[in-house]
Design a protein around this ligand. Structure first.
Ligand code: AKG
Ligand code: FE2
Length: 361
Protein backbone atom coordinates (compact mmCIF):
# COMPACT_ATOMS: atom_id res chain seq x y z
CA UNK A 1 0.00 0.00 0.00
CA UNK A 2 1.22 3.44 -0.85
CA UNK A 3 -1.40 5.47 0.97
CA UNK A 4 0.07 8.74 2.31
CA UNK A 5 0.67 8.73 6.05
CA UNK A 6 -2.20 11.05 7.05
CA UNK A 7 -4.69 8.85 5.20
CA UNK A 8 -5.94 5.94 7.28
CA UNK A 9 -5.77 2.57 5.44
CA UNK A 10 -9.17 1.18 4.47
CA UNK A 11 -10.41 -2.30 5.29
CA UNK A 12 -13.71 -3.20 3.62
CA UNK A 13 -16.59 -3.92 6.04
CA UNK A 14 -17.77 -7.56 6.32
CA UNK A 15 -20.21 -8.86 3.71
CA UNK A 16 -23.86 -9.32 4.64
CA UNK A 17 -24.99 -12.70 6.00
CA UNK A 18 -28.44 -12.21 4.50
CA UNK A 19 -29.28 -14.38 1.55
CA UNK A 20 -30.21 -11.83 -1.05
CA UNK A 21 -31.43 -12.50 -4.55
CA UNK A 22 -28.07 -12.02 -6.30
CA UNK A 23 -27.51 -11.48 -10.03
CA UNK A 24 -25.21 -13.93 -11.71
CA UNK A 25 -22.61 -11.66 -13.27
CA UNK A 26 -19.85 -12.74 -15.67
CA UNK A 27 -16.30 -12.10 -14.42
CA UNK A 28 -13.75 -10.99 -17.02
CA UNK A 29 -10.06 -11.23 -16.08
CA UNK A 30 -8.03 -8.59 -17.91
CA UNK A 31 -4.69 -9.58 -16.37
CA UNK A 32 -3.23 -11.17 -19.53
CA UNK A 33 -4.90 -8.72 -21.89
CA UNK A 34 -1.81 -8.06 -24.03
CA UNK A 35 -0.86 -11.69 -24.59
CA UNK A 36 -1.56 -13.13 -28.07
CA UNK A 37 -5.14 -14.33 -28.61
CA UNK A 38 -6.39 -13.15 -25.22
CA UNK A 39 -8.37 -10.12 -26.42
CA UNK A 40 -10.50 -12.21 -28.77
CA UNK A 41 -11.15 -14.74 -26.01
CA UNK A 42 -12.19 -11.97 -23.60
CA UNK A 43 -14.36 -10.30 -26.24
CA UNK A 44 -16.17 -13.60 -26.79
CA UNK A 45 -16.79 -13.81 -23.06
CA UNK A 46 -17.96 -10.21 -22.74
CA UNK A 47 -20.29 -10.45 -25.73
CA UNK A 48 -23.25 -11.96 -23.93
CA UNK A 49 -22.90 -9.95 -20.73
CA UNK A 50 -22.71 -6.67 -22.61
CA UNK A 51 -25.70 -7.59 -24.71
CA UNK A 52 -28.06 -9.00 -22.08
CA UNK A 53 -27.12 -7.92 -18.52
CA UNK A 54 -25.29 -4.69 -19.35
CA UNK A 55 -23.38 -5.40 -16.10
CA UNK A 56 -20.37 -7.65 -15.43
CA UNK A 57 -17.30 -7.70 -13.18
CA UNK A 58 -13.68 -7.20 -14.13
CA UNK A 59 -10.56 -8.37 -12.41
CA UNK A 60 -7.06 -7.23 -13.30
CA UNK A 61 -3.81 -7.84 -11.43
CA UNK A 62 -2.87 -4.30 -12.45
CA UNK A 63 -5.80 -3.08 -10.31
CA UNK A 64 -6.24 -5.49 -7.42
CA UNK A 65 -7.91 -5.30 -3.99
CA UNK A 66 -4.94 -3.32 -2.60
CA UNK A 67 -5.50 -0.64 -5.24
CA UNK A 68 -9.23 -0.71 -4.51
CA UNK A 69 -8.57 -0.27 -0.78
CA UNK A 70 -6.35 2.65 -1.64
CA UNK A 71 -9.14 4.26 -3.67
CA UNK A 72 -11.54 3.87 -0.72
CA UNK A 73 -9.00 5.12 1.82
CA UNK A 74 -8.92 8.47 -0.01
CA UNK A 75 -12.70 8.56 -0.29
CA UNK A 76 -13.17 8.09 3.43
CA UNK A 77 -10.43 10.61 4.13
CA UNK A 78 -12.37 13.20 2.12
CA UNK A 79 -15.73 12.54 3.78
CA UNK A 80 -14.36 12.39 7.33
CA UNK A 81 -11.54 14.90 7.50
CA UNK A 82 -12.63 18.01 5.63
CA UNK A 83 -15.03 20.67 6.84
CA UNK A 84 -18.29 21.43 5.05
CA UNK A 85 -16.78 24.67 3.88
CA UNK A 86 -13.76 22.89 2.39
CA UNK A 87 -15.98 20.27 0.75
CA UNK A 88 -18.17 22.95 -0.77
CA UNK A 89 -15.36 24.98 -2.35
CA UNK A 90 -16.51 23.82 -5.81
CA UNK A 91 -20.20 22.90 -6.13
CA UNK A 92 -21.89 20.80 -8.79
CA UNK A 93 -23.81 23.04 -11.19
CA UNK A 94 -26.74 20.96 -12.37
CA UNK A 95 -28.27 23.98 -14.13
CA UNK A 96 -25.52 23.71 -16.75
CA UNK A 97 -25.46 19.91 -16.67
CA UNK A 98 -21.91 20.02 -15.36
CA UNK A 99 -21.32 17.34 -12.76
CA UNK A 100 -17.88 18.34 -11.46
CA UNK A 101 -17.50 19.25 -7.80
CA UNK A 102 -19.39 18.50 -4.61
CA UNK A 103 -23.07 17.74 -4.20
CA UNK A 104 -24.42 18.29 -0.70
CA UNK A 105 -26.70 15.70 0.82
CA UNK A 106 -30.38 16.19 1.53
CA UNK A 107 -31.19 19.12 -0.72
CA UNK A 108 -34.10 17.56 -2.56
CA UNK A 109 -37.25 15.78 -1.35
CA UNK A 110 -38.20 12.45 -2.89
CA UNK A 111 -41.45 11.18 -4.34
CA UNK A 112 -43.64 13.93 -2.88
CA UNK A 113 -42.67 13.07 0.74
CA UNK A 114 -40.69 15.13 3.26
CA UNK A 115 -37.80 12.64 3.01
CA UNK A 116 -34.71 14.04 1.33
CA UNK A 117 -31.98 12.39 -0.75
CA UNK A 118 -29.24 10.86 1.40
CA UNK A 119 -26.02 11.09 -0.61
CA UNK A 120 -23.11 13.47 -0.65
CA UNK A 121 -20.91 13.19 -3.69
CA UNK A 122 -17.54 14.44 -4.90
CA UNK A 123 -16.97 14.31 -8.66
CA UNK A 124 -13.35 14.72 -9.65
CA UNK A 125 -12.61 15.90 -13.19
CA UNK A 126 -9.73 14.39 -15.18
CA UNK A 127 -6.12 15.38 -14.65
CA UNK A 128 -5.24 15.99 -18.30
CA UNK A 129 -1.79 17.00 -19.55
CA UNK A 130 -3.02 20.51 -20.36
CA UNK A 131 -4.66 20.78 -16.90
CA UNK A 132 -7.82 22.15 -18.53
CA UNK A 133 -9.99 21.14 -15.54
CA UNK A 134 -7.93 22.88 -12.84
CA UNK A 135 -10.82 25.18 -11.85
CA UNK A 136 -12.67 22.05 -10.73
CA UNK A 137 -9.69 20.85 -8.67
CA UNK A 138 -9.77 23.82 -6.31
CA UNK A 139 -10.89 22.11 -3.12
CA UNK A 140 -8.39 21.38 -0.37
CA UNK A 141 -8.71 17.58 -0.63
CA UNK A 142 -7.80 17.52 -4.33
CA UNK A 143 -5.06 20.10 -3.87
CA UNK A 144 -3.47 18.10 -1.05
CA UNK A 145 -3.66 14.75 -2.84
CA UNK A 146 -3.36 15.93 -6.41
CA UNK A 147 -0.67 13.54 -7.52
CA UNK A 148 -2.26 10.49 -5.94
CA UNK A 149 -5.75 11.25 -7.28
CA UNK A 150 -4.33 11.95 -10.73
CA UNK A 151 -2.63 8.59 -10.73
CA UNK A 152 -5.75 6.75 -9.49
CA UNK A 153 -7.84 8.49 -12.13
CA UNK A 154 -5.52 7.46 -14.98
CA UNK A 155 -5.08 3.99 -13.58
CA UNK A 156 -8.85 3.47 -13.43
CA UNK A 157 -9.22 4.84 -16.93
CA UNK A 158 -6.77 2.25 -18.20
CA UNK A 159 -9.23 -0.52 -17.23
CA UNK A 160 -11.89 1.28 -19.26
CA UNK A 161 -9.53 1.57 -22.21
CA UNK A 162 -9.09 -2.22 -22.30
CA UNK A 163 -12.86 -2.70 -22.25
CA UNK A 164 -13.28 -0.25 -25.13
CA UNK A 165 -10.92 -2.43 -27.18
CA UNK A 166 -13.11 -5.45 -26.41
CA UNK A 167 -16.31 -3.62 -27.41
CA UNK A 168 -14.73 -2.75 -30.77
CA UNK A 169 -13.68 -6.37 -31.29
CA UNK A 170 -17.21 -7.57 -30.47
CA UNK A 171 -18.63 -5.19 -33.09
CA UNK A 172 -15.86 -6.20 -35.57
CA UNK A 173 -14.63 -2.61 -35.78
CA UNK A 174 -11.07 -1.34 -35.78
CA UNK A 175 -9.72 -2.08 -32.27
CA UNK A 176 -9.31 1.62 -31.52
CA UNK A 177 -12.76 2.73 -32.63
CA UNK A 178 -14.02 3.47 -29.11
CA UNK A 179 -10.57 4.16 -27.61
CA UNK A 180 -10.12 7.06 -30.07
CA UNK A 181 -13.50 8.45 -29.05
CA UNK A 182 -12.66 8.34 -25.33
CA UNK A 183 -9.13 9.70 -24.91
CA UNK A 184 -8.02 10.64 -21.40
CA UNK A 185 -6.42 13.88 -22.57
CA UNK A 186 -9.44 14.99 -24.62
CA UNK A 187 -12.04 17.30 -23.06
CA UNK A 188 -14.91 15.28 -21.53
CA UNK A 189 -17.00 15.15 -18.37
CA UNK A 190 -15.35 11.93 -17.14
CA UNK A 191 -15.14 11.77 -13.39
CA UNK A 192 -13.67 9.83 -10.55
CA UNK A 193 -16.54 9.87 -8.06
CA UNK A 194 -16.83 9.36 -4.33
CA UNK A 195 -20.31 8.99 -2.96
CA UNK A 196 -21.39 8.54 0.65
CA UNK A 197 -24.83 7.24 1.56
CA UNK A 198 -26.17 8.34 4.95
CA UNK A 199 -28.59 5.75 6.36
CA UNK A 200 -32.05 7.06 7.25
CA UNK A 201 -34.42 5.77 9.90
CA UNK A 202 -36.49 2.70 9.01
CA UNK A 203 -39.59 4.93 9.08
CA UNK A 204 -38.18 7.49 6.66
CA UNK A 205 -36.89 4.81 4.31
CA UNK A 206 -40.32 3.15 4.34
CA UNK A 207 -41.88 6.41 3.08
CA UNK A 208 -39.66 6.30 -0.03
CA UNK A 209 -39.90 2.53 -0.60
CA UNK A 210 -36.35 2.07 0.73
CA UNK A 211 -34.84 3.85 -2.26
CA UNK A 212 -31.32 5.23 -1.71
CA UNK A 213 -30.63 5.92 -5.40
CA UNK A 214 -33.47 6.15 -7.89
CA UNK A 215 -33.69 3.72 -10.80
CA UNK A 216 -31.74 5.08 -13.76
CA UNK A 217 -29.42 4.25 -16.62
CA UNK A 218 -25.95 5.78 -16.56
CA UNK A 219 -25.47 8.86 -18.70
CA UNK A 220 -22.11 8.18 -20.36
CA UNK A 221 -20.42 5.27 -22.12
CA UNK A 222 -19.07 3.09 -19.34
CA UNK A 223 -19.14 3.02 -15.53
CA UNK A 224 -16.62 1.33 -13.26
CA UNK A 225 -17.69 0.70 -9.67
CA UNK A 226 -14.92 -0.39 -7.32
CA UNK A 227 -16.00 -3.45 -5.34
CA UNK A 228 -18.86 -2.36 -3.08
CA UNK A 229 -19.26 -4.59 -0.06
CA UNK A 230 -22.36 -2.97 1.41
CA UNK A 231 -25.29 -4.53 -0.46
CA UNK A 232 -27.97 -2.36 -2.01
CA UNK A 233 -27.19 -2.00 -5.71
CA UNK A 234 -29.80 -3.79 -7.81
CA UNK A 235 -30.10 -4.25 -11.56
CA UNK A 236 -33.33 -4.71 -13.47
CA UNK A 237 -33.37 -7.78 -15.68
CA UNK A 238 -35.20 -7.90 -19.00
CA UNK A 239 -38.07 -9.79 -17.32
CA UNK A 240 -38.52 -6.92 -14.84
CA UNK A 241 -37.01 -8.72 -11.82
CA UNK A 242 -34.59 -6.83 -9.56
CA UNK A 243 -31.38 -8.66 -8.58
CA UNK A 244 -28.69 -7.56 -6.14
CA UNK A 245 -25.10 -7.08 -7.33
CA UNK A 246 -22.87 -9.30 -5.20
CA UNK A 247 -19.49 -8.04 -4.03
CA UNK A 248 -16.56 -9.39 -6.06
CA UNK A 249 -13.41 -9.23 -3.89
CA UNK A 250 -10.67 -7.53 -5.89
CA UNK A 251 -13.21 -6.78 -8.60
CA UNK A 252 -14.64 -3.81 -10.42
CA UNK A 253 -18.31 -3.89 -11.41
CA UNK A 254 -18.79 -2.44 -14.88
CA UNK A 255 -21.86 -1.31 -16.75
CA UNK A 256 -22.75 0.19 -20.06
CA UNK A 257 -24.31 3.64 -20.20
CA UNK A 258 -26.54 5.41 -22.68
CA UNK A 259 -23.96 6.54 -25.20
CA UNK A 260 -22.35 3.15 -25.83
CA UNK A 261 -25.87 1.85 -26.26
CA UNK A 262 -26.39 4.49 -28.96
CA UNK A 263 -23.09 3.77 -30.73
CA UNK A 264 -24.03 0.10 -30.88
CA UNK A 265 -27.52 0.66 -32.28
CA UNK A 266 -28.92 -0.72 -29.01
CA UNK A 267 -26.78 -3.90 -29.10
CA UNK A 268 -24.91 -3.07 -25.85
CA UNK A 269 -27.46 -2.75 -23.10
CA UNK A 270 -27.81 0.33 -20.88
CA UNK A 271 -29.35 -1.36 -17.88
CA UNK A 272 -31.66 0.28 -15.35
CA UNK A 273 -30.30 0.00 -11.80
CA UNK A 274 -31.00 1.49 -8.36
CA UNK A 275 -29.77 1.37 -4.78
CA UNK A 276 -32.02 0.25 -1.92
CA UNK A 277 -31.55 0.39 1.86
CA UNK A 278 -28.64 -1.75 3.07
CA UNK A 279 -29.39 -5.04 4.89
CA UNK A 280 -29.80 -4.61 8.66
CA UNK A 281 -26.47 -6.33 9.42
CA UNK A 282 -24.72 -3.66 7.30
CA UNK A 283 -26.87 -0.65 8.05
CA UNK A 284 -24.20 0.95 10.26
CA UNK A 285 -21.29 0.20 7.91
CA UNK A 286 -20.17 3.23 5.92
CA UNK A 287 -21.52 2.89 2.38
CA UNK A 288 -18.93 4.82 0.46
CA UNK A 289 -19.02 4.32 -3.29
CA UNK A 290 -16.03 4.83 -5.58
CA UNK A 291 -16.50 5.04 -9.33
CA UNK A 292 -14.93 6.05 -12.60
CA UNK A 293 -17.51 7.31 -15.09
CA UNK A 294 -16.36 7.45 -18.72
CA UNK A 295 -18.30 10.02 -20.73
CA UNK A 296 -17.94 10.78 -24.44
CA UNK A 297 -16.39 14.22 -24.83
CA UNK A 298 -16.39 17.34 -26.99
CA UNK A 299 -14.65 15.59 -29.87
CA UNK A 300 -16.82 12.47 -29.88
CA UNK A 301 -19.62 12.36 -32.40
CA UNK A 302 -22.12 9.69 -31.47
CA UNK A 303 -23.72 7.80 -34.31
CA UNK A 304 -24.39 4.12 -34.91
CA UNK A 305 -20.99 2.60 -35.67
CA UNK A 306 -20.55 1.06 -39.15
CA UNK A 307 -20.09 -2.38 -37.64
CA UNK A 308 -20.27 -5.49 -39.85
CA UNK A 309 -21.99 -7.30 -36.96
CA UNK A 310 -24.64 -4.60 -36.54
CA UNK A 311 -25.19 -4.58 -40.30
CA UNK A 312 -25.76 -8.34 -40.34
CA UNK A 313 -28.15 -8.03 -37.41
CA UNK A 314 -30.10 -5.22 -39.06
CA UNK A 315 -29.20 -2.82 -36.23
CA UNK A 316 -27.21 -0.43 -38.40
CA UNK A 317 -28.70 2.63 -40.06
CA UNK A 318 -27.22 5.98 -40.96
CA UNK A 319 -27.74 8.46 -38.16
CA UNK A 320 -27.21 12.18 -37.71
CA UNK A 321 -24.40 12.43 -35.11
CA UNK A 322 -24.91 14.05 -31.71
CA UNK A 323 -22.08 15.52 -29.61
CA UNK A 324 -20.74 13.55 -26.64
CA UNK A 325 -20.53 16.34 -24.07
CA UNK A 326 -23.75 17.83 -25.40
CA UNK A 327 -25.68 14.61 -24.75
CA UNK A 328 -24.20 14.10 -21.30
CA UNK A 329 -24.91 17.66 -20.14
CA UNK A 330 -28.48 17.63 -21.43
CA UNK A 331 -29.09 14.33 -19.68
CA UNK A 332 -27.62 15.52 -16.36
CA UNK A 333 -29.68 18.70 -16.53
CA UNK A 334 -32.87 16.83 -17.35
CA UNK A 335 -32.31 14.37 -14.49
CA UNK A 336 -30.98 16.62 -11.73
CA UNK A 337 -31.88 20.23 -12.41
CA UNK A 338 -35.25 19.90 -10.64
CA UNK A 339 -36.61 21.04 -7.26
CA UNK A 340 -37.89 17.64 -6.22
CA UNK A 341 -37.30 14.09 -7.41
CA UNK A 342 -40.67 12.80 -8.55
CA UNK A 343 -41.72 9.20 -8.73
CA UNK A 344 -42.18 8.25 -12.36
CA UNK A 345 -41.51 5.21 -14.50
CA UNK A 346 -40.71 4.63 -18.15
CA UNK A 347 -39.60 8.19 -18.70
CA UNK A 348 -38.12 8.86 -22.11
CA UNK A 349 -35.22 11.17 -22.82
CA UNK A 350 -34.18 11.96 -26.38
CA UNK A 351 -31.46 13.93 -28.16
CA UNK A 352 -31.60 13.85 -31.96
CA UNK A 353 -32.46 10.31 -33.00
CA UNK A 354 -31.16 8.77 -29.77
CA UNK A 355 -33.52 7.89 -26.93
CA UNK A 356 -33.39 6.06 -23.60
CA UNK A 357 -36.05 4.99 -21.15
CA UNK A 358 -35.54 5.00 -17.41
CA UNK A 359 -37.66 6.06 -14.46
CA UNK A 360 -37.47 6.54 -10.75
CA UNK A 361 -39.32 3.47 -9.54
O1 AKG B 1 -23.90 3.34 -5.24
C1 AKG B 1 -24.10 2.46 -6.07
O2 AKG B 1 -23.93 1.27 -5.80
C2 AKG B 1 -24.57 2.81 -7.47
C3 AKG B 1 -24.79 4.28 -7.71
C4 AKG B 1 -25.11 4.58 -9.15
O3 AKG B 1 -25.73 3.81 -9.84
C5 AKG B 1 -24.66 5.84 -9.80
O4 AKG B 1 -24.17 6.74 -9.08
O5 AKG B 1 -24.77 5.97 -11.04
FE1 FE2 C 1 -25.70 4.41 -11.94
Amino acid sequence: MTVESEVKPWTPPPETKEELDWANLTVIDLTNFDEPGVKQELADKLKEASQFDGFWAVKDDAFNQDHINEVFAYGRHFFENYTDEEKQAVLVDFASGNYFGYKVRGNKPLFGTDVKDNTETLNIAKFTKDDRFREFHQNRFIQEHHEKLASLSRHAFDIARKLFVLFAIILELDENYFVDRHLYDDPSDDQLRYMKYHPRSIEDDAKVENIWARAHTDFGSLTLLFNQVVAGLQIKLANGEWKYVKPVPGGIICNIGDTLNFWSGGYFKTTVHRVVRAPEDQIDAPRIGAFYFVRPGDNAKIQIAPSPLLKRLGLYRETEPIGGTDYVRKRVKDYHDVDTYKKQSNVKFKVGEFEITDGFE
